[in-house]
Design a protein around this ligand. Structure first.
Ligand code: HEC
Length: 121
């Protein structure tokens, strides 16, 4: 077992716990507006795996920062709707609305990033 992989497992255990406690307090529920407060609160949970502002610190998690907004939005919907199967991410996005996904996709796509994404304009 590699060191990075072990760290990933530890993070999964811890992050899963953190995610559960945060969602119990604030809720990802459909009643929450997708405003900047919601985004900054929610992305704290995402940061435990995807890194601060979406730049992942280990190879176990994808970098979200600077990724195409459409791609992020598509992925989030696919996890929620079961088209893209991943137990961890399905749990993260359960109960979120399309508006909330749009706000998250917009946020991450605009962060500074090591990814190279050619402009489509
Ligand atoms: C417990 C760890 C963990 C947390 C917390 C987490 N993710 Fe993820 N995320 C993953 C893993 C692992 C993958 C890769 C899954 C796969 O192979 O499809 C992933 C994949 C993704 C992808 C697809 C990226 C790509 O390049 O295809 C998006 C988008 C994403 N996560 C967004 C989020 C958002 C937004 C949050 C917070 C609401 C979040 N994640 C919270 C672990 C996590």
């Amino acid at each position: 077992m590699t060191h990075a992989f072990t760290r990933g497992l530890i993070c999964l255990a811890l992050c899963g716990f953190a995610g559960a406690s945060i969602s119990a307090e604030s809720g990802h529920g459909e009643d929450k507006p997708a405003d900047s407060d919601w985004v900054s609160q929610t992305t704290q949970t995402c940061a435990s795996c995807h890194g601060k502002k979406g730049v992942a610190q280990t190879e176990n998690f994808p970098t979200l920062a600077g990724q195409y907004q459409d791609y992020l939005l598509h992925s989030l919907k696919a996890y929620r709707d079961g088209e893209r199967k991943n137990g961890i991410m399905a749990g993260q996005v359960q109960g979120m609305t399309d508006d909330q996904f749009k706000a998250l996709a917009r946020y991450y796509s605009k962060q500074e990033s090591p990814l190279h994404t050619p402009s489509l304009d």
